[in-house]
Structure formats: C-alpha cells, structure tokens
Design a protein around this ligand. Structure first.
Ligand SMILES: NC(=O)C1=CN([C@@H]2O[C@H](COP(=O)(O)OP(=O)(O)OC[C@H]3O[C@@H](n4cnc5c(N)ncnc54)[C@H](OP(=O)(O)O)[C@@H]3O)[C@@H](O)[C@H]2O)C=CC1
Ligand SMILES: O=C1OC[C@@H](O)[C@H](O)[C@H]1O
Length: 387
C-alpha cells in the first residue's frame, strides 16, 4: 500500500509539477542531493521544478557513473562520485539527504560541519542519542536542519489540527494511527529490512508516531503500555510489524490519553489473496463529542478525506483540503504535493522568513526518544547508526 501510493505520487508529480517548471531567481538556493535514492524525484527533484528560489545543482553517489547517469536523467548540472566531494563544494548552500536511516546522523553531521543547511529524510536518526548530538551541532553552526515530515506541511493536516483546536469537539480521549503495506510487496533486498541500516517497520513507518504527536501536541510518552513486535523471519532484530499503545500528555494540559500506533511492512492479505487496499496511512482521533478520521494523512495530495462523526447527532460530515487551509491562506496550488509544501517552508526558513509550520529540532528529538522507547519495550532494543 505504502509503496503503491509512492508510485502514485511519482505519477502525480510527473503530470503536474513537470508542467509547471518556472524560471529560477539569480540567487536561488543551490541544493545538492546526497544519494540516488528512489525517493529523490518525488521528494525534491520534481518539487523544485515549480519553485523559483531553489536549483538542484548537484547529485552525489557512491558510484560516479551512477551519479552521472542520474544527473543526465534529471537535468542536474553536476555529478560527484562520493558524498564528501559534494559537501566540500562551496557552490552548494543546502543538501537533501536520502540515505538509509542508519546513515542519516553521520552524513547530516558532515553536511552541517561543511556549512550546509540540511533537509534530512525521516526518521531523523537511528536513535535519540544521535538526534541530540545532531541538534546541538545545527544550533552551534546556526544552520537550518529539519526532518522531512512532508505530510505536516499539507493544508489537510492543518485542517484536522484546527478542528481539534476549535474546542467544538471537546478534549481528545484517544487516538489510533496505522500504516501498512501488503506482504511480498517490498523486496527482501530493500534497505527497510536491514538491521545494519536501521531498518524495520516502526522506523520506516514512523509517520504513525509523527501524526499522533502532532495532533496530540505531545512530546515523549509518559508510559509505553505495551509494544509487540513481529520480528522478521530472516533477522529477528528487525520488526516486520509493531503494535504499541503509548500514554501521552495532551499538550501541557496534564491530561494523559492512550495512543495506539501500529505499522506492518508485510501485512497479510485477506485469504492470502486480497490486499487491504483500503489501509492507507490514517489516524482516528476520538474526542469527547466526535470521532475524527483522517484518511491517507501521509500523502493527502493524492486523495484524502477527513470525516467527523458527531457522537450526539450521530451524523458524519466530510471535509477535504488540497489548498489553503488555516495556515497557508492564498499561497500554494491544489496540485502541490506534500513535498512541494515542505520545500516551500524549507526555503522560507533558509531565507530567514517564518515558515507557516515547522518540525522543530526538539520535536525530532522527542520523536526519536519515542521510537527508542517503543523498541526497548518490545525487547528488540533501540536501533544503531553507522557511517
Ligand atoms: N519522505 C518520504 O516520503 C520517503 C522517505 N524515505 C526515506 O528516504 C531514505 C531513502 O529511502 P529510499 O529512497 O527507499 O532508499 P533507496 O534504497 O532507494 O536509496 C538509498 C540510497 O542510499 C545510498 N546508499 C548508501 N549506502 C547504502 C547502502 N549501504 N545500502 C543501500 N543504499 C545505500 C544509495 O545511493 P548511491 O548508491 O547513489 O550512493 C541508495 O540509492 C530512507 O531514510 C527512507 O526512510 C523513503 C521513501 C519515502
Ligand atoms: O517514507 C515513506 O513513505 C512511503 C513509503 O512507501 C515508504 O516505505 C516510506 O519510506
């Protein structure tokens, strides 16, 4: 499922964003891409087409030939055969890092040390210790560093948040977030199955924690009630699936609620054949007066709905928001992907403007502390990074 919507995003961006290429400013931010990862075209290359203040000026790979081929394919002016070479290039202002999870901290550290702003793929790091060290360095260098939780910049996310903040539905009493992909759809060679690259379903599908914490306005959990991992057959250290209930304080209210989060990178099909195609990443938020459901919160640009079931009238109303919403106002376009909204905010931040929304460094540390705590409770232990 998750992979399917990833492919749909490639198509959506190809159709829309490539038709909206715009002229670049003379002093546009020059951005280097670290790796030739599958996600790059969707997450940064296409979104940059329609942003006048950013140019993708280089790509680096462990293999020069691969970098050159990639550069040619996407019209990127420079190609490097190592990540180090790109980082020492003075003509690069910022980098996008899409390396395997276990390498995020090491390469973001090197990028910051080289004076580059960093847009860092999720999960931020392999664990909270790495996250804290990285955050300290970004602050010391006074550079922009942000975890690429693209979905949080989409108008639909802000619409759900504003419903909760309106007070109309009372206090939140519980949440449940899920993300799954059908068994057999992710090859066993994928980075997501590799212990030494900090793989695992809860690391990859970390969106469930991000969404829960965002809507609850929460930091780290007060308690992990349970965390059940289903380890991968081939490597018991890697979670194929994770199911956990966490107790979070809602904002600073003193009220603590249960939040269920579950991820599955090999979700069994019904009767072995029917994939659960309806199981796109979603979150259900029950309040005193309503049940709010945000379907496909991760890639709402493709399709989403927000349903509000009123517990008193027993009526359900539906909302959607592809543009505007409570934060963006008239800025942006309905065809923008989550990654395009994210890029808008990233460039604003580099330019010293206040972005309409931001994933703070403190939030990324709390996110990694939450992930560590779930892995510890599950018995698998927290993930480890490497260079
Ligand atoms: N925001 C989003 O929507 C998404 C985010 N992601 C995140 O992006 C990151 C990359 O994911 P994905 O695009 O699937 O990754 P890929 O496996 O497609 O790419 C990872 C890249 O990392 C480089 N690399 C360096 N060392 C290794 C190694 N030991 N093994 C494999 N690759 C290595 C390779 O680039 P090279 O050979 O050029 O050096 C490779 O192309 C992950 O952290 C993931 O969580 C992934 C998908 C969606
Ligand atoms: O970040 C992601 O989003 C889409 C998923 O397909 C993918 O597994 C994950 O890395």
């Amino acid at each position: 499922m998750a992979m399917l919507i990833q492919v749909a995003t490639f198509l959506q961006e190809y159709l829309y964003e490539s038709g909206h290429k715009i002229k670049k400013n003379d002093n546009a931010v020059r951005l280097g891409v670290i790796s030739t990862a599958m996600i790059n075209p969707a997450a940064i290359i296409r979104p940059a087409d329609s942003h006048g203040d950013v140019i993708i000026s280089a790509v680096a790979s462990r293999d020069l030939k691969a970098a050159q081929k990639y550069a040619k394919q996407y019209g990127i002016p420079k190609a490097y055969g190592s990540y180090e070479e790109l980082l020492v290039e003075p003509g690069i202002d910022a980098v996008y890092i899409s390396l395997p999870n276990g390498m995020h901290a090491a390469w973001a550290t090197r990028a910051l040390q080289a004076g580059k702003h960093v847009l860092l793929e999720k999960p931020f790091t392999a664990n909270a210790d790495e996250a804290k060290a990285l955050v300290a360095l970004a602050k010391e260098k006074n550079l922009v560093l942000v975890e690429a939780f693209h979905w949080q910049w989409h108008p639909a996310a802000h619409t759900v948040k504003s419903l909760l903040q309106s007070g109309k539905y009372g206090e939140i009493i519980r949440t449940e977030a899920r993300m799954t992909t059908p068994v057999g759809t992710m090859p066993k060679s994928d980075i997501r199955w590799k212990w030494d690259l900090a793989g695992g379903s809860f690391m990859d599908m970390t969106y469930v924690v991000s969404a829960t914490r965002y809507f609850l306005d929460a930091g780290t959990p007060k308690e992990i009630v349970y965390a059940n991992a289903r380890p991968m057959k081939e490597d018991k250290r890697v979670d194929e699936a994770m199911d956990a209930v966490l107790k979070f304080e809602v904002g600073n209210t003193g009220r603590v609620v249960d939040a269920r989060v579950w991820t599955d990178m090999a979700r069994p099909n019904i009767g072995w054949v029917i994939p659960r195609l309806w199981e796109l990443p979603s979150i259900e938020i029950e309040t005193e007066k309503a049940v709010i459901y945000f379907y496909n919160f991760m890639m709402p640009h493709l399709y989403h709905y927000i349903s509000v079931y009123d517990k008193v009238s027993k009526e359900t109303t539906y909302l959607k928001a592809y543009k505007g919403g409570p934060l963006w106002g008239t800025r942006g376009e309905s065809w923008w992907s989550t990654y395009r909204w994210q890029l808008e905010a990233f460039i604003d931040k580099i330019r010293g403007k206040d972005p309409v929304h931001w994933v703070t460094l403190e939030s990324s540390v709390a996110q990694m502390e939450t992930i560590d705590a779930v892995y510890e409770k599950s018995g698998l232990g927290k993930r480890q990074g490497h260079a």
